[in-house]
Design a binder for this molecule. Structure first.
Ligand SMILES: NC(=O)c1ccc[n+]([C@@H]2O[C@H](COP(=O)([O-])OP(=O)(O)OC[C@H]3O[C@@H](n4cnc5c(N)ncnc54)[C@H](O)[C@@H]3O)[C@@H](O)[C@H]2O)c1
Length: 401
């Protein structure tokens, strides 16, 4: 069996590495630099070992390509391209559309098309299938299914094998073939009654996180007003063995999922005339955290930041990954600069970002910890400035929420 995986990023490359053990994989990506790097056996994604890629390349079971003709003879296509928000913070399906064009123009025999990209309910039925048919140069009837991706980059306890996977096809045959495909490398498959259920479940999983993070972010402001520690209070609540799940406050949410996916659900809901008040409010609370943090820092530092050297520790959106998509650091830095601070940042994993590079972890007036990678010790952070504000709850003995 030969499989094309469209998009070789966090999701697509992770799937390619798993599938390579059993199948011949063509990793299609329109970024030629990534393609060349992958064909040289170098992985750009945490959690995908270069050695694994090299093994599949040597065995003739992995080829990266930017050429559509290389996917002409596959049996199955997986779509794993970005589904971000556009500049108006609306769902942006242009990458999905481009992937559909690649499939339509190049795959001329019937295959199973599985979408793993996250999008609103109805995307497979009302968008992907018609788009592929529109771009197809010959009348070909593909099968269509959805299996939303749940990978959590950087996580070691759950992976493609032991994370249960939802799936559903537009037809019974598509559902069955999807089950056969994933059962090669996934232990637990959960069939649902329609693609829309799978699509909505994926969005609700991330909305659950987004809303609970907003709740704990608001709670951090309440505990501060009460003069008690949010972390001690959360730990106390977390001793209840049922009905409680601990989330921790932060300077905001980042990454491709939590700040983005709930808006896909809200947009669809509002299109149907149903309000999505929790989602919209949670977005506002999470976005306001950057300003809240800076207000706290200003309050503790004589009422202004003008001319002060502020060092941001960790610009990746979460620990131990180099991913800066939608990172809260962007807003925090913007607020610092708007208040006259001279801002630098330190991040061992990111190194270069927004035309700036990682600076030494020392010599600042004020350090604000946004993300603490394991490679950075709390001791080094504490020595970097006379005043440290920690938003992570991982640096003891400094100012925190
Ligand atoms: N990263 C995660 O943790 C995660 C988890 C679950 C679901 N998802 C979802 O999976 C999808 C992919 O996310 P990702 O994190 O892998 O994105 P990514 O940005 O890491 O990778 C996407 C890749 O697709 C390529 N690409 C873009 N347009 C293309 C096209 N038209 N043809 C071929 N390649 C193209 C890009 O060059 C990039 O390499 C999104 O819908 C996302 O919401 C992501």
């Amino acid at each position: 069996m030969k499989v094309a995986i469209i998009g070789q990023g966090y999701v697509g490359l992770t799937i390619s590495a798993f599938a390579g053990e059993f199948l011949e994989v063509v990793g299609f990506d329109n970024n030629k630099k990534i393609v060349n790097q992958l064909n040289a056996g170098i992985s750009h994604i945490e959690g995908v070992e270069s050695s694994v890629l090299q093994k599949w390349i040597k065995a003739g079971r992995y080829l990266a390509t930017a050429s559509g003709s290389d996917i002409a003879d596959v049996d199955l296509v997986v779509i794993a391209v970005p589904t971000p928000l556009n500049k108006d913070r609306q769902p942006d399906l242009t990458y999905i559309d481009a992937a559909c064009r690649t499939i339509g123009e190049n795959v001329k025999t019937p295959v199973l098309v599985i979408n793993e990209s996250t999008s609103f309910p109805g995307t497979l039925r009302n968008y992907i299938k018609p788009a592929i048919e529109k771009y197809s140069t010959s009348a070909v009837e593909h099968l269509y299914a959805i299996s939303p991706e749940r990978v959590d980059p950087g996580r070691v306890d759950y992976n493609q094998k032991n994370t249960p996977r939802l799936y559903a096809g537009l037809t019974a045959e598509a559902t069955e073939k999807t089950r056969e495909f994933y059962s090669r490398f996934c232990d637990e498959l959960v069939e649902v009654s329609s693609p829309e259920v799978a699509e909505a479940a994926k969005l609700f999983e991330n909305t659950f996180r987004q809303v609970n993070i907003a709740l704990v972010n608001e709670f951090a402001q309440i505990t501060n007003a009460l003069g008690i520690s949010v972390h001690e209070t959360l730990d106390a609540a977390n001793t209840k063995p049922y009905g409680f799940m601990k989330f921790t406050p932060s300077a905001g949410v980042g990454g491709h999922c939590i700040p983005v996916d709930p808006t896909y659900l809200a947009t669809k809901a509002e299109e149907l005339g149903t309000p999505a008040t929790f989602i919209r409010h949670a977005n506002e609370v999470n976005t306001s955290m950057a300003r809240y943090v800076i207000e706290r820092v200003i309050q503790d530092n004589g009422g202004n930041l003008a001319g002060k050297n502020v060092l941001i520790v960790g610009v990746a959106y979460k620990p131990n990954v180099a991913d800066v998509r939608e990172t809260a650091a962007e807003l925090v830095i913007e607020h610092c600069r708007a208040n006259g601070a001279v801002v630098t940042w330190h991040d061992d994993l990111v190194q270069n970002w927004n035309g700036e590079s990682s600076q030494d972890l020392s010599g600042a007036d004020i350090t604000i910890v946004l993300t603490k990678h394991d490679s950075v010790s709390a001791e080094r952070i504490k020595k970097s400035a006379p005043y440290v504000f920690d938003t992570t709850g991982k640096v003891e003995g400094v100012t925190a929420f």
